[in-house]
Write a protein that binds this ligand. Sequence first.
Ligand SMILES: [Zn+2]
Length: 339
Amino acid sequence: MVTLARESRGMTMSELAARAGVTASLISKVELGQREMSEETAKSVAASLDYPVEILAWQESIYGFGSSSFYHRKQQSLPQKSLRQVQAFVNFQRIRAKRLSSALDLDFSFTIPSLSVDDYGSPEEIARAVRAAWRMPIGPVSNLTEWIEAAGGFVVTHEFSSAKINAISVWPPGESPFFVLNTLLPACNLRFSLAHELGHLVMHDVPEPGQEEEADRFAAEFLMPAAEVRSELRGMNLRLAARLKPVWRTSMGALIRRARDLETITDRQHTSLRVQLSQNGWTKQEPVTIPYEKPGLIPEIVRVHHQDHGYSVADLADLAGLYTSEWLDLYEPRGLRAV
Ligand SMILES: [Zn+2]
């Protein structure tokens, strides 16, 4: 927990040691489990990290990138320190969601199934199977976040300090699936990333070669089913992509790629459209924007605790292992406050 708390603040061991007035070697030994901290030291370490001291005694499993239950979608390589900070944020969010929901009897309409490509033949078949199992209407997915939450998944949006990471998912054994989306990216990209992560959780119990391509194929079919989208993609050009974007809520880039994959345009036409996108500066920022999907499950849990269970803000901050001001920033931002 000391490691997780420190990394969540982006601090090195020596920075923490200096702030807490102890030696870096003490911090290092504590983090390696070679030494216990005195009560005094624990208090000053926690204070330096701006967390209540109680969290340092939490017995929680921590998952790192590279562990089989952790996936992340990133565009470019991210420095190790930033990756670890993102990882710490996700673990804390996951642990807090677990603690906040542990006293509740949550009842979901359906679940995220585990299906293998070997059994189903292709990621596209699996995407169709999940849509069918969830009894989704044909056509565009109006709100993917809502579907995932109805299947018992937690979705959290957060503005990270870098746009290099899009989405992270983690599904530890015995816990709820957990997704974090980086709002530095446009909403249409996040929907595709969320569908991609869903694909991992459905298809990949253990990391496999080819898993990224499979997750992309799952996402494309899940959000733009071939049988329903193909006829709309004929004669794809930039104007058509811009017109279809608010309908399918996927990026113009994704619609153009889909047109190529479903062979309504040739590879050459596809390349030419890519060039046009880039000439217009639309590979970075596209002209039509779609609104962000707002996760509702965690806000609903917070509301139930306040309104039905009579918890105060301080009670919930305690439960989540946060000081009140950080609790309010993260869980009850202005305009969303239940009480
Ligand atoms: Zn992936």
